[in-house]
Design a protein around this ligand. Structure first.
Ligand SMILES: C[S@@+](CC[C@H](N)C(=O)[O-])C[C@H]1O[C@@H](n2cnc3c(N)ncnc32)[C@H](O)[C@@H]1O
Length: 277
């Protein structure tokens, strides 16, 4: 039987970068699918997942730099894929990597990643994914052991394999992302990626040359010590999912465990940061 969903329509002023921030925060709050149109952002949540405090966790609604209005109505389940297909355009990063859907033309870039995200995060359109792709393109992953923590669609793990990593673990706490990553990994003929549903508690006795984690500030601050305990000497830690203002906190946390800051990338207030062990 079809599920009942709540369809929220948000208008954010200013829309740039407000819509992107809103979509990221709604994703963390449990919303499942997003469509941007001329009215703003339309977001869907299952009625039985909704609780009165669900919007309390969406910081942008309380942030005085933005004006956020919304309305909502109940609807029956939709064909999310059809909505998504209308809105998903291929994205090219640094002339080297294209992230696209199966129905887009094959690109001429060195790396071609085919993603059907459905309701998972990680199409390359978000600033944080884009910058993590840039970092992966700049680092030599040949023969490396890689962890993609918070893998979403699996886009970063897939790129890591295409760049020559030979042993990749991809972990996501969300059941839907786990299933979607497995599908996308098969779709891209990857053979060296293992996907797990879970969190940093799965990392006992593991070791990696490169750890990628695009999650959010609070989870990173909590889990950074666990990631570092799995990082080989000279290993690289690439983090994103937070704003420029959060860099000092993230840097302090990593430096407490003797990691060295190398550089950060920045796009529309979002950042990605590289550390070395
Ligand atoms: C911002 S998305 C990143 C997706 C993809 N890696 C990318 O770069 O586009 C963050 C992902 O982390 C997952 N996540 C959230 N908390 C987590 C945790 N504690 N451990 C593992 N994954 C987590 C979410 O389900 C979500 O798929």
């Amino acid at each position: 039987m079809d599920q009942i969903y709540l369809e929220y329509t948000f208008s954010v002023n200013p829309a740039e970068p407000g819509n992107e921030i809103l979509i990221a925060e709604l994703g963390y709050a449990g919303f499942e699918s997003f469509v941007e149109n001329e009215e703003g952002v339309v977001a869907y949540i299952q009625k039985n997942e909704w609780t009165p405090d669900v919007l309390e966790t969406v910081e942008i609604i309380k942030n005085e730099s933005f004006k956020v209005n919304f309305t909502y109505k109940e609807i029956a389940q939709q064909n999310w894929n059809a909505e998504w297909e209308k809105n998903f355009h291929p994205i090219e990063v640094d002339g080297l990597c294209t992230v696209r859907a199966p129905f887009h033309e094959k690109p001429s870039t060195k790396y071609d990643i085919i993603i059907e995200p459905k309701m998972s995060f990680g199409t390359g359109h978000h600033e944080t994914t884009h910058m993590m792709i840039q970092f992966l393109l700049k680092n030599n992953l040949q023969g490396k052991k890689v962890l993609d923590m918070g893998c979403g669609t699996g886009v970063l793990a897939i790129l890591a394999e295409k760049e020559g990593a030979t042993n990749i673990d991809a972990i996501d706490i969300d059941r839907w992302c786990f299933e979607n990553a497995v599908e996308n990994i098969t779709r891209n003929n990857c053979e060296h990626i293992k996907v797990y549903e879970g969190d940093a508690s799965l990392l006992n006795n593991k070791n990696y040359d490169v750890i990628i984690a695009n999650i959010n500030r609070n989870i990173l601050l909590e889990d950074i010590p666990i990631y570092i305990s799995c990082l080989n000497n000279d290993g690289i830690l690439l983090l994103s999912g937070f704003y420029k203002d959060d860099i000092p906190k993230i840097k302090d946390r990593c430096e407490q465990f003797s990691l060295k800051f190398v550089e950060n990338l920045e796009k529309n207030h979002w950042v990605a940061v590289k550390f070395i062990n």
